[in-house]
Design a protein around this ligand. Structure first.
Ligand code: URA
Length: 209
């Protein structure tokens, strides 16, 4: 069974509470999402391997630890995933980036793919899939199915908010994918939105409503 990590750090929780408030402006919402995504990146990369390279400090040579950023692929589930991408890229600037476009059929809530662009040859790479909201889980599950076709070394999933229903479904279908989230909310409403949640993440990032 995959692991679910809730990043309960007070800085993350404080920023998330501001994001939830309906009167928080688009600008502020976006900035906070970028700030939180840096903190999430910190946690999701905690166990990535280090390589040791010879360097020289002003005083002595040493073998210094480095991460192999090029071995990390960040995959954004469009469009709200892009809100998490920038902050994560600030922390892992040499990461490769993929994008997957999926939309939710409003009646069935099923995920339909309309865009797929990934770096080539990812067999030796660790993939981090980002989408702020793990609601029904359908988009994340479908995106991860597509990514698995490319046989990456590992896949992790990062979101801001998760619903228990989405976590359960993800764990049933992709039991090898660990989930990182800032909070697990109460439930989904009848339209597949997370309660209490923060509304539609895409609309709040891009002011489309
Ligand atoms: N997507 C969102 O943007 N918000 C939700 O609550 C659920 C899915």
């Amino acid at each position: 069974m995959s692991k679910v990590t809730v990043i309960a750090h007070p800085l993350v929780q404080h920023k998330l509470s501001i994001m939830r408030q309906k009167e928080t402006s688009c600008n502020h919402f976006r900035d906070l999402l970028t700030e939180i995504s840096r903190l999430l990146a910190y946690e999701v990369t905690r166990n990535i391997p280090l390589i040791y390279c010879d360097i020289e400090t002003p005083l002595a040579p040493m073998k210094a630890p480095f991460i192999e950023g090029k071995k990390i692929v960040l995959v954004s589930i469009l469009r709200a995933g892009n809100g998490l991408l920038d902050g994560m890229l600030q922390l892992i600037p040499s990461a490769r980036v993929g994008h997957i476009g999926l939309y939710r059929d409003p009646d069935t809530l099923e995920a339909i793919k309309y865009y797929f662009k990934m770096p080539p040859e990812i067999e030796d790479k660790d993939v981090i899939v980002v989408d702020p909201m793990l609601a029904t889980g359908n988009s994340a599950i479908a995106a991860i199915h597509e990514i698995k076709e490319m046989q990456p070394k590992s896949i992790r999933f990062v979101c801001l908010l998760a619903a228990p229903e989405g976590i359960e479904k993800m764990q049933q279908v992709h039991s090898d994918v660990d989930i990182y989230t800032a909070a697990i909310d109460e439930k989904l409403n009848e339209h597949g939105y997370i309660l209490p949640g923060l509304g539609d993440a895409g609309d709040r990032i891009y002011r489309t409503k």
